[in-house]
Design a protein around this ligand. Structure first.
Ligand SMILES: [Fe+2]
Length: 307
């Protein structure tokens, strides 16, 4: 079965574009890219013109995942495969493809209303406009591994898992189940795309109502010192920390979780492993973190442990 290559971009609907810009640039270390005042802002992490697209939207939630293909031929073959399964896939018009900064774009929707966008040929930035972070010591870990990952909290997790495997063609990495945080029973299923980042998408089943489509998105940097430096920036700027510094046993990520201006969390990490499908063995873990990641539920925000 054909599979998406990698999670190339994410689209977030945010209520306060100005607050997000200051947060993304000064705290996360992203670079502001193309903008339409009052409507959208592109955020850069590398030589792509855009890795995260912010659209003004009072939902304050995850809107779309951009799945990358190496070529137009690979993209079309994948779209044919998805349509053959009875899923409606439409080609987006030129304006939407340009807003995403890609050459060609197809779109479908999953059972929970998240758009899945399939594209090839992401626009690269002008060489005289190389990516520069105002605060990062190293770089973001992107390239073929893509923008990062996101973790959904679907209403019908069984349907969501079928969509991941049968439509997107993602493969199971591992699961974490049981009493992963004190008194909280959860089950998280992790999926990887062809490029092999340990997970591009994970599905969290939690024993309480979810307020957003996602629990968190994750961005990864190459230098673990940048995780500590970002943690210090959060403390200094008064950005709420959902989970303190810690380490996950499955993807080996050293990270912490902060609360974005939209209320969902962002995992900021380093050290995530890459899956080689020829040798990979699916595992089941019984703890979310092997050290740290102490929960710090901020007042008024939902405290969902997930990974
Ligand atoms: Fe994560």
């Amino acid at each position: 079965m054909r599979s998406v290559s990698t999670l190339g971009y994410m689209v977030l609907g945010v209520g306060d574009l100005a607050a997000w810009e200051a947060f993304a640039v000064n705290v996360l270390g992203l670079q502001a890219g193309a903008r339409v005042p009052g409507e959208s802002l592109g955020l850069r992490m590398d030589d792509y013109e855009q890795r995260i697209l912010l659209l003004k939207n009072d939902l304050d939630d995850f809107l779309a995942a951009g799945w990358e293909f190496e070529s137009n031929v690979a993209l079309e073959a994948f779209v044919d495969q998805v349509r053959a399964k009875g899923v409606e896939v439409v080609e987006a018009d030129k304006r939407v493809a340009e807003q995403r900064r890609v050459a060609r774009l197809f779109v479908c929707e999953d059972p929970d209303g998240i758009r899945h966008e399939f594209y090839c040929a992401a626009w690269r930035a002008n060489t005289r406009d190389a990516f520069r972070s105002s605060v990062l010591r190293g770089a973001f870990s992107t390239g073929r591994l893509g923008v990062g990952h996101f973790v959904t909290v679907p209403k019908q997790s069984a349907k969501a898992k079928v969509f991941c495997e049968d439509v997107l063609g993602l493969r199971l990495s591992d699961t974490i189940g049981g009493d992963a945080a004190p008194g909280v029973n959860l089950d998280v299923t992790f999926f990887h795309a062809r490029a092999g980042r340990h997970h591009s998408l994970a599905i969290a089943e939690v024993p309480f109502p979810a307020h957003k489509r996602i629990h968190h998105i994750m961005v990864e940097c190459t230098d673990p010192n940048d995780v500590g430096l970002a943690y210090d920036r959060c403390k200094q700027a008064g950005v709420p920390i959902l989970m303190e510094l810690g380490h996950h046993p499955n993807d080996q990520m050293f990270s912490f979780y902060l609360i974005s201006p939209s209320g969902f969390a962002i995992e900021f990490g380093a050290g995530g492993i890459v899956v080689d499908d020829d040798t990979w063995e699916v595992k089941r873990y019984t703890e979310l973190s092997d050290w740290g990641h102490k929960m710090n539920p901020p007042p008024g925000a939902p405290a969902h442990p997930a990974h």
